[in-house]
Design a protein around this ligand. Sequence first.
Ligand SMILES: *Cc1c(COP(=O)(O)O)cnc(C)c1O
Length: 432
Amino acid sequence: MQHTISHELFSKAQQVIPGGVNSPVRAFKAVGGNPVFIKSAKGAYLHDEDGNQYIEFINSWGPMLLGHANPVIEEAVREAISSSLSFGAPTRREVEMAELIIDMVPSVEKVRMVNSGTEATMSAIRVARGYTGREKIIKFEGCYHGHGDSFLIAAGSGAVTLGVPDSPGVTKGVANDTLTAPYNDLAAVQMLVAANPNQIAAIIIEPVAGNMGLVLPKEGFLEGLRELCTREGIVLIFDEVMTGFRLARGGAQERLGVMPDMTTLGKIIGGGMPVGAYGGKREIMDCVAPAGPVYQAGTLSGNPVAMAAGLAMLRYLNTHPEVYTLLEQTSQTIVNDIRANCKALDLNLTINHIGSMFTVFFTDKPVVDFTTAKQSDLAAFGRYFQAMLHEGVYLAPSQFESLFVSTALAEPTLLQQVAQANKKALAAAFGK
Ligand SMILES: *Cc1c(COP(=O)(O)O)cnc(C)c1O
């Protein structure tokens, strides 16, 4: 497999773009080698600048749930662009979009559109602070909520340790207002809340965590957070930027039956266009300007082309429940194949899986939080990643990511190809 053009482009890119990429996860830093430059994609396949073809497990980090260049979404976009790309004034599609989100996501009663997941989470905590009159938030170690200052906080060594900035440029002041707890550790959260009485505005969590690799909430964990938040007047925010419209029509909250006060959305909601949203209880969302005093705005928010793409995606999902059955079946087949390969090669790897998300952790221990995720053999993962790429399967270039299945993968021959590639790559990674 040749990557000459990709390599040339990457050397040029490094001269003019920090690290050669416009988002760090696209670099191959964790796995070695250089990123491939993508030229086009269709269905389950990516095509790079050198003419190589790959079966796709990133799917733009989630949005391409129905595969690439899906005609349902393409046609909606084509229709929208002939009526001008932006007005900065209200449009019919924004109303339809809001109605549809409220219909699909169980806990959302009012919703505001923004342009990314980052904007959605940043705005949601501002609103939670405005609503409660409190300043601190609790987040979980290993959960990613976009690159807003408040979220770039590493966990301290103990549950009650104050956050320290994870990135230069984040002030101590901001870090002091973000408290962190290990995922799945309800007792740690209870201690933080007890140690900061009437000071916690919000607890923000990925109800199913996908940004430390896939980690599922333990039985009773989300329910415990729900009870705690209700009792203490804390706004519970589910960051469903990744899980929304993926784990079910109504996201993780529908699938797991626990309702947050606010929800943040992104990724699938734009069908591939830059869209985010935050919503929740009417009483909370009515704090947002111009209805209320909490300011949040956006020149391109609710952009007509982005709304057209998102609406087409959500309408399709809303009227085609079989999409979710197909995603479940396809993902289960892939995971079963990987398990069978591991067994055949006498490997004991931990596979976390729910719906159309899964991560193969290169460890034999259960992975329930960031600490256990970090026990993975990253060198072996790197070898596995490179071998998969060589076999024509494009995985996320990090152990700490979930893989995303699209409906376009639901072809028996394609799944067989993936299973065979997986077997070879596992063997290569472990020298078997
Ligand atoms: C991707 C992601 C974000 C950030 O969304 P962007 O659109 O990249 O800003 C926030 N939260 C979660 C859970 C995500 O997966």
